[in-house]
Design a protein around this ligand. Structure first.
Ligand code: DX5
Ligand code: ZN
Length: 229
C-alpha cells in the first residue's frame, strides 16, 4: 500500500564514513524511516563517495528502505550492480543522460522502485512525462555534491507544482538538501512527504551516543507535522 505519511530519511553523507554500519543501525533505532545513500562520481557532481560495493556492505545494517540517490553519469551501466547491492529505491537524475525514460524502465525491470531527481536549475516540467514510471520524485533543494549547504528557497514553488502534477498517483515527493527543523515546515506545506536530511540529523551525536540523532529526527518531524495540522 502506498503511504504518503511523512518520512524522515537521514543521509549517511553526514555520518562517520569509518563507521557506516553502526551509523545506519543507530539512525534506524532512533526513528529514521528510510536511510538515504548518496552515490557521487566526481563527474556529474564535483565530489566522490562510494559505489555498489559499499551499498552491498550496508544492506545488512539497514532493516528498512535503502534509498539510493545516484549522482553519476552515465548511470545505465551501473543500475544492475546497485539493484544487486540491495537498493530498494534507485533514484537517477533527469539531467544525467538523454534517455531517462529508458533508464527508469530499466530500474523497474530490475524489480526496484525508480526515482527521478531534478536539480535546482531544472524546471519541474522536465519530469512531466515520467510520473507514471516512478515511485518518487526528488526535488534537490541544494545543488547536489555536498552536505551542509543552504536550502534554496526558490524550490518551494517547484515542490508545490510537482505535488499538483502528481495528483493521486502513488508517487512520493522527496526533498533533499538543507532540510532542518527550520525548513521542514515549508517543504511539508508545499507537498513533500519524504524529507532527506544529513547535517540536521547527524549533528551532535555518534553511533555510540545516538540520542542526539533521535532528538534531531523528532524535531524535524514535529516541525513538519505542525505545519500540516
Ligand atoms: C547532496 C546530497 C544530499 C545531502 C544532504 O548532494 O544529495 O543527500 O547529503 O545533506 P544536508 O541535509 O546536510 O544538506
Ligand atoms: Zn541525496
Amino acid at each position: 500500500m502506498f503511504d504518503r505519511t511523512l518520512k524522515i530519511a537521514p543521509s549517511i553523507l553526514a555520518a562517520d564514513f569509518a563507521n557506516f554500519g553502526a551509523e545506519c543501525r543507530a539512525v534506524e533505532a532512533e526513528g529514521a524511516d528510510w536511510v538515504h545513500v548518496d552515490v557521487m562520481d566526481g563527474h556529474f557532481v564535483p565530489n566522490l563517495t562510494f559505489g555498489p560495493a559499499m551499498c552491498a556492505a550496508l544492506r545488512p545494517h539497514i532493516a528498512g528502505v535503502m534509498d539510493v540517490h545516484l549522482m553519476i553519469a552515465p548511470v545505465d551501466p551501473y543500475l544492475e550492480a546497485f539493484a544487486k547491492a540491495g537498493a530498494d529505491n534507485i533514484t537517477v537524475h533527469v539531467e544525467a543522460g538523454p534517455h531517462i525514460h529508458r533508464t527508469l524502465q530499466a530500474i523497474a525491470a530490475l524489480g526496484k522502485t525508480p526515482g527521478v531527481a531534478i536539480n535546482p536549475g531544472t524546471p519541474v516540467e522536465a519530469v512531466a512525462e515520467l510520473l507514471d514510471l516512478v515511485g518518487l520524485v526528488c526535488v534537490m533543494t541544494v545543488n547536489p555534491g555536498f552536505g551542509g549547504q543552504g536550502f534554496i528557497e526558490s524550490q518551494l514553488a517547484k515542490i508545490a507544482r510537482l505535488r499538483q502534477m502528481i495528483g493521486d498517483r502513488p508517487v512520493h515527493v522527496e526533498v533533499d538538501g538543507g532540510i532542518s527543523a527550520a525548513t521542514a515546515p515549508r517543504v511539508a506545506q508545499a507537498g513533500a512527504d519524504v524529507l532527506v536530511a544529513g547535517a540536521a540529523v547527524f549533528r551532535g551525536g555518534s553511533a555510540e551516543h545516538p540520542s542526539a540523532y533521535g532528538a534531531n529526527i523528532r524535531a524535524i518531524r514535529a516541525a513538519a507535522e505542525a505545519a500540516l495540522s
